[in-house]
Design a protein around this ligand. Sequence first.
Ligand SMILES: Cc1cc2nc3c(=O)[nH]c(=O)nc-3n(C[C@H](O)[C@H](O)[C@H](O)COP(=O)(O)OP(=O)(O)OC[C@H]3O[C@@H](n4cnc5c(N)ncnc54)[C@H](O)[C@@H]3O)c2cc1C
Length: 532
Amino acid sequence: MISPAEDLLAGSSISADLVVVGTGVAGLSAALRARELGLRVVVVTKAAIDDGNTRWAQGGVAVVLPGTGDSVAAHIRDTMVAGAGLCDEIAVREILAAGPAAVAALRERGAVFDAGPDGAPELTREGGHTALRIIHSGGDATGAEVQRALAATAAGIPVLERTVVTEVLRDDAGAVAGIALLGADGESAVLPARAVLLATGGLGQLYTATTNPEVATGDGLALALRAGAAASDLEFVQFHPTVLHGGPGSRGRRPLVTEAVRGEGAVLLDVNGAPVTTGVHPLGDLAPRDVVAAAITRRMAATATDHVLLDATGISGFARRFPTVWAACAAAGIDPATDPIPVTPAAHYHCGGVRTDTSGRTTVPGLYAAGEVARTGLHGANRLASNSLLEGLVVGTAAATAVARDQAVTSPPGPPRALATSQPALDRDDLQRAMSAHAGIGRDTAGLESAAALVAGAPQRHIRGVADAEDAALTVVAAALLCAATARTETRGCHVRTDHQGSAKRWRRSSTVVLDAAGRPVLDEPATAVVA
Ligand SMILES: Cc1cc2nc3c(=O)[nH]c(=O)nc-3n(C[C@H](O)[C@H](O)[C@H](O)COP(=O)(O)OP(=O)(O)OC[C@H]3O[C@@H](n4cnc5c(N)ncnc54)[C@H](O)[C@@H]3O)c2cc1C
């Protein structure tokens, strides 16, 4: 299934109806549908096929299965409550209603979910859900199974591994005409294409501590912004309340302790043994993530520590039910059967992203986005747990269908315009420290402005390899996120302002950011409409 990038870079005349950038749940769902529709599809990933966020997903897929007593209406309600007034209700309805069929298709493709004695999928609960509706695989290894099943089905589709996309190219009329890319040894090439689908995942690497793997550097958002697309809800970065605490000053990807551990009875205690969420929310430790993460952050400040404790000693068979968490704890010398697990919040999921409709169409003709990089309106100001794998399946598939429909009624693009070879790029450590200090949980004007000033002073860098491309992406994405976060002078969902503590009615709307002619982020009001 892997076509070496060298074939392409050696000058073979590959061109595509659709280039899919990314091999997670959204990218592979799109590629599979594109192949079914007879489109010439090429898939590109800057790492190995399974190196994205998808493989790491633990808790599961939120979906309403027939005969469970649950309803799509209840799932919609829970999603809208978690989204804190910013969900697009039409998008929520469309995506969640398509969930059961998408999960059935995934099972037909070979994905196996944990089943009870009656053979029906076992259901669990996560924060913000009022019903048992999360299906899971391998206990807490759901993403690995989704990734495995999709990749196995995608055999035969050309996939360029270790090839980083550095630019979405457009013709003189502004329509997408292809991509620029760099191979593993820094060799550059242009791949002409009628459409590009960005399925590049999240941006957790903007922060010093994250649940996201190394590839989550916001590339797709940067590519889209530079190609002229609009992005919305960028200020809403969800911090997972519970990652395994790595000791003072620990950096990089941290092992997640899935919410399902709390769903099965574990309780959050501070270092003095007092409950963390009592009186904070009716759902207690299973309140939506923003609520729990903010409660933990407050309690860490009050107890002058950098972690709280998750007491899972009451869960029997922990190692069997949560093998991934158990292994991470064991590696750190913790036995969840007898020891409380030290946990802390970390950057986890970007609720905002490239503004799209529920078929992945952006504001740029020929450019599509799906999965975590996109902002469909499903998540609003705070994603409901386990809604993202579902969104990737549904919108990834719908985007490929939209590409085929759009190409049936539009002409091919003209030749691509010349591309930029240098971009502003900050040192990654400096950027991560500034974003963690000023754009994490608890933001204020002074901090946001100081981070924005640092980013605005980023020097130009020649883009010679993957690290340069990533640093440039992180820099422009940080600038856009800070622009949106500074403007939103209220606290809503996972955007917590210490200088504006309540929610404001006038802010019950999404913000939209575009780049101006000089490449600086500016607010774009009212929101730009998506186009076919
Ligand atoms: C630890 C963890 C646990 C999670 N648990 C759950 C859960 O239980 N349920 C749930 O619904 N969600 C969960 N999530 C969120 C969910 O996993 C992600 O939102 C989802 O998998 C994103 O899928 P994606 O297809 O959008 O991107 P990804 O799976 O992240 O894939 C991104 C792809 O893009 C490629 N790429 C990026 N930039 C470039 C570039 N410039 N050029 C070429 N290729 C590029 C990468 O190499 C990769 O192939 C979890 C996330 C994490 C990190």
